[in-house]
Design a protein around this ligand. Structure first.
Ligand code: NI
Length: 184
């Protein structure tokens, strides 16, 4: 089932999420819904807070980006912890399904090590770099209550303020279903 994506301005997106318990009700349905919702919006990542749940879960699939580096990058991250980041910070133009129409360069570390459990509750410790690390860092931020726009300079954020307020009010062109916190 496709679920509405929570738009910028909802306090839920600014809250740190909590761990999921192993017997979380209908976890596999939730994961299926998250993939379906992400594909319907042509996204490459979606975190649970973006569908209104403050739990530590996100899904990724690089398939919509036609890039050799993103082949076979369909994954479910449950209760993840980024234990290490390294490498030179590099800029990449990010967007977010909760902030449609805005894309800006964000600087992040090149490589990371992450611990998580997958949808079969198997524990992993894995290393990622480049664009894969980038997608994970963006989604991981969501479960920490951080948005990509929080990484921008104060100057840049002031420039985008009006546009972002309009997003929270639903004054934005978007092709997928959203829930706008300040829509009247
Ligand atoms: Ni996002």
């Amino acid at each position: 089932m496709i679920r509405p994506i929570v738009a910028y301005g909802d306090p839920l997106l600014k809250k740190k999420s909590v761990d999921i318990v192993e017997n979380f009700p209908q976890l596999s349905v939730l994961i299926d819904d998250m993939f379906e919702t992400m594909y319907a919006a042509s996204g490459v990542g979606l975190a649970a807070p973006q569908i209104g749940l403050n739990v530590r879960l996100f899904v990724v699939d690089g398939a919509p980006i036609d890039d050799e580096d993103l082949k076979d990058f369909k994954k479910v991250f449950i209760n993840p912890t980024i234990v290490h980041e390294e490498g030179k910070e590099w800029a990449y133009e990010e967007g977010c399904l909760s902030i449609p129409g805005i894309r800006e360069d964000v600087y992040r570390s090149e490589k990371l090590t992450i611990q998580y459990v997958d949808e079969n509750w198997i524990e992993h410790t894995e290393h990622f770099e480049g664009i894969r690390a980038r997608i994970i860092q963006h989604e991981y931020d969501h479960i920490e209550g951080i948005l990509f726009t929080d990484h921008l300079s104060g100057f840049k954020r002031r420039l985008l303020k009006g546009k972002m307020q309009n997003i929270s009010k639903g004054k934005v062109d978007v092709s997928y279903r959203m829930k706008f916190p300040a829509k009247v």
